[in-house]
Structures are given as structure tokens and as C-alpha cells.
Design a protein around this ligand. Structure first.
Ligand SMILES: Nc1ncnc2c1ncn2[C@@H]1O[C@H](COP(=O)(O)OP(=O)(O)OP(=O)(O)O)[C@@H](O)[C@H]1O
Length: 425
């Protein structure tokens, strides 16, 4: 098209070419703004993915804390921020070609008037129309539509996957007449529980029976893959058993509201349960959508031996601890997890002991905190250390889907047969 314009009239082509600096200026200005918007869009998408990376691995903990709603709210806030920056970016990207067109049309009008005055008799009306048409076609609106269509097609599979996920229905459902469990004393019975993950998979739990009395601490040990976490998932009703039932204060958990069950059963996972946010928000996690009671937070931190280190932080309880509590040491993270459980004050606690090693002072502080946690609560602890096991009233080995109670004599003698329990001795 450009060569055709040159053939028709080199002078007018030169005048038309003067449009280029104007366009360049406009594009440069819009380009700077687009860069800023793109940077903002990148930050918002990375905030969203950092959030998902943090929350999805801890989904068990989120569910156990009835925190789905608050997490959905947090997700929506970040997703909406991302959507709005993305839309601004898209609008700007679409705006640039429009600006180019407007400048061209403006130039065209001047060109038309000017050329009629200047070039009278130089070339005929047909050439003039042909010249202007060529100029219009230099701008490539169709190419832009093609690009937009390409982008849309690229995003389509991701959107389809997202919609597929929204169609996914949980197998655990709440009965319409499910009752509120109220505040329980903490008596837990596993009655003849059998479970497998898939129809053709082997049984992970096989006719398992266990009665934990209110206020009692029971330790669960066993080799990796023995079914300890699965048993915990059953108690939180993340899965329903294939056979058998679980009773809390003699109520079958399949007949109670999920929210009320998970309010009474707290999960203290000392490894990965912290989120980016302040110390106060992490301890008062259960009230994050309502109002965190600072007095309760501080009391929980004191009992968990965490208050001292928190007060030394730059902003105390309002210090941001970074993704997964990355700015804290292992022992500090564990004490925060315990403080959170104390704040929640569920009658039944599942304590998933951290596997990471601590120095002896931290170990002692954590142990004291765990001991305090065990007072006044029913505790089912997945133990990895002999010291924790020795704090429990009864100890069970879970292997191959079956429970076997371990006698104190076996645990007292640090003998080699303990290696089958998966404990760090
Ligand atoms: N979501 C799942 N889908 C299918 N199989 C699973 C799933 N979760 C666990 N399993 C299988 O169930 C068995 C028991 O796993 P579980 O996580 O309960 O063991 P565990 O005793 O907690 O192990 P560890 O001490 O290593 O955490 C394992 O064989 C595991 O592969």
C-alpha cells in the first residue's frame, strides 16, 4: 500500500509520513502508561498465585477451621484486583490502535483539504480516492482483531478447566436435618471404621476401633503411609468411612452440621499452617472475618511460650510474618500454631507434630506449650518423637489399616523394635 501511495503522489506521501512523529509521540505516552499498568497486572497475578500456593497445600487446615468463607473472600479480593488491572491493561492495549487510527483520520482530513488546494490539476479524483484508501489500509485493524482472537483462543482451555472444577461436587454432604453439635466434652469413638480412597484401591483403614475419653491424650504412631492422616481426615469428616461410624459425644458425625463439627475439632499442624498476615491474624485465625480478640490472642501466646519473642518483633503482634511465616524460626512457627489452637479452644485437638528438628531450648519451649495444650483438651497426636509419645496416656501403632496398643514397657526401652513405629528416637 505504501509503494502504491508513493507512485500516486510522492509529495502527498511525504505529508502523510509526517503523521508518523505524532503517532510515535502518542504511542510513547501510552506505552509508558501501559508499562505501568502491565507492572501492576504482574504484581496482582503474582500476589494471587502466591496466595494459592500458600493456601491450597493447607486446604486440610482451612477446612478444619471452617475458614472456607474467609479464604473465598480473600481469594475474591485478590482475583478481583487482578481482573481489574488486567481489564485496564486490555483496554489500553486496544486503545493504542484506535489512537493511531484517530491520528490517521485527522491527518487524512487535513490532507484532503490541503491536497485539493495544493495539487489542483496534478492528479485526478480517482487517484486521490485511491491514495486515501491506501492510507487507511496501512493501519491494520484487521490484524488487531486477529491478535485479540488469538489471545482469546489461548485463554479458552484454561477457562474450560476452571468451569470443570466448579462442576466438581464433594462426596461429603450435610444432611438437611443435620444438628448443631453445640459445645462437646470431647469423647470420641471410632467404631469399626474401614476406608479406601478409590473403588479398586486397597483398604487404608480396616475395621478400626478406638475410644478416646474426654480430656485424654492419645498418641498415634506408625510407618509412613500407615493411615494416620487418613484417620484424622475421617474425624474432620473430609471423607466418610466405607463401613462403620465416628461418634463425638455419642453423636454420629454424619448427622451433625459440618461447621459445628469442625468448630469442636481443632487441627494443630505445626509444619505448614501459617499464612502471610500479622501474628495477631495468625493466632486469631478463626475470627479473621469477624473480630479478633486481642486479649485472647495475647493470653494464648503467653501460654504457648510465644509472647516473649513476639514482643521483641518490630511491630509486636502486628508484625507481618511473610508467606507461610517465612520470617520466623521453626520453633517460633510451632509455638504460634499452638497459640492458635489455644485461641480456638476446641474441645478436641488433633496435633500433627512437626518433623523438623529444633535446638534444645526451642524444643523445651515447644514441649512445655504442647503440655499445656494437652491439659483440658481431648488430644489425638500424630507423634514423631518419643518425648511426645511419653506425654500421652495411651499410644497406638497404626499399620496396614489396623490399630495396636503399645505397652509402656515397649516405649520405655529405647529398643530397636521402635523403628517400626516411625518415631524419631
Ligand atoms: N487422596 C488420596 N488419594 C489416594 N490415596 C491416598 C490419598 N491420601 C493418602 N492416600 C494413600 O493412603 C495411604 C495412607 O496415607 P496416609 O496419608 O493416611 O498415611 P500416613 O500414615 O499419614 O503417612 P505419613 O506418616 O507419611 O504422613 C497411603 O498408601 C497413601 O498413598
Amino acid at each position: 500500500m505504501a509503494s502504491r501511495m508513493l507512485v500516486i503522489s510522492p509529495v502527498l506521501s511525504l505529508i502523510a509520513a509526517m503523521v508518523i512523529p505524532c503517532t510515535a509521540l502518542a504511542i510513547a505516552y501510552l506505552g509508558t502508561r501501559l508499562r505501568k499498568v502491565s507492572k501492576k497486572a504482574k504484581l496482582s497475578i503474582s500476589a494471587l498465585s502466591a496466595y494459592l500456593n500458600e493456601v491450597l497445600p493447607a486446604i486440610l487446615f482451612v477446612k478444619a477451621n471452617n475458614a472456607e468463607f474467609s479464604e473465598v473472600a480473600r481469594f475474591e479480593r485478590l482475583a478481583n484486583a487482578d481482573l481489574s488491572t488486567l481489564l485496564t491493561k486490555r483496554k489500553m492495549k486496544a486503545f493504542i490502535p484506535q489512537i493511531v487510527q484517530i491520528i490517521y483520520f485527522g491527518a487524512l482530513s487535513i490532507l484532503c483539504v490541503g491536497s485539493m488546494a495544493v495539487s489542483s490539476g496534478c492528479f485526478d479524483g480517482c487517484s486521490m480516492v485511491s491514495f486515501i484508501t491506501s492510507l487507511i489500509f496501512v493501519v491494520e485493524p484487521i490484524q488487531d482483531v486477529g491478535k485479540a482472537y488469538n489471545e482469546w483462543k489461548q485463554g479458552e482451555p484454561a477457562i474450560e478447566r476452571l468451569f470443570d472444577l466448579t462442576k466438581f461436587k464433594s462426596k461429603v454432604t450435610e444432611k438437611p436435618d443435620a444438628v448443631d453439635l453445640g459445645h462437646v466434652s470431647g469423647d470420641v469413638k471410632f467404631c469399626d471404621i474401614s476406608f479406601r480412597y478409590g473403588e479398586n484401591s486397597p483398604l487404608v483403614l480396616n475395621g478400626l476401633n478406638l475410644h478416646i475419653k474426654a480430656g485424654e491424650t492419645v498418641a498415634l504412631v506408625g510407618p509412613s503411609g500407615g493411615g494416620k492422616t487418613t484417620l484424622i481426615k475421617m474425624l474432620l469428616r473430609l471423607y466418610d468411612p466405607l463401613y462403620g461410624c465416628i461418634l463425638v459425644d455419642n453423636q454420629n458425625i454424619q448427622n451433625v452440621q459440618l461447621e459445628s463439627l469442625r468448630r469442636n475439632v481443632g487441627l494443630v499442624s505445626q509444619d505448614i499452617s501459617l499464612f502471610s498476615g500479622t501474628i495477631a491474624e495468625n493466632i486469631g485465625y478463626r475470627d479473621i472475618m469477624t473480630k479478633i480478640e486481642m486479649e485472647k490472642v495475647e493470653l494464648a501466646a503467653q501460654t504457648a511460650n510465644a509472647d516473649e519473642f513476639i514482643r521483641k518483633l518490630p511491630k509486636g503482634y502486628q508484625t507481618n510474618i511473610g508467606p507461610r511465616g517465612s520470617s520466623l524460626s521453626g520453633g517460633q512457627k510451632q509455638r504460634l500454631a499452638i497459640a492458635r489452637a489455644l485461641y480456638q479452644d476446641s474441645s478436641i485437638l488433633i496435633l500433627d507434630e512437626a518433623t523438623s528438628a529444633l535446638d534444645s531450648r526451642s524444643e523445651l519451649l515447644v514441649r512445655q506449650a504442647v503440655q499445656r495444650l494437652m491439659e483440658n483438651h481431648t488430644v489425638l497426636v500424630i507423634a514423631h518423637r518419643l518425648e511426645t509419645v511419653l506425654m500421652a496416656k495411651r499410644v497406638f501403632l497404626l499399620d496396614d489399616g489396623k490399630l495396636q496398643e503399645l505397652t509402656p514397657s515397649l516405649l520405655g526401652s529405647h529398643n530397636s523394635s521402635l523403628t517400626s513405629t516411625g518415631l524419631v528416637i
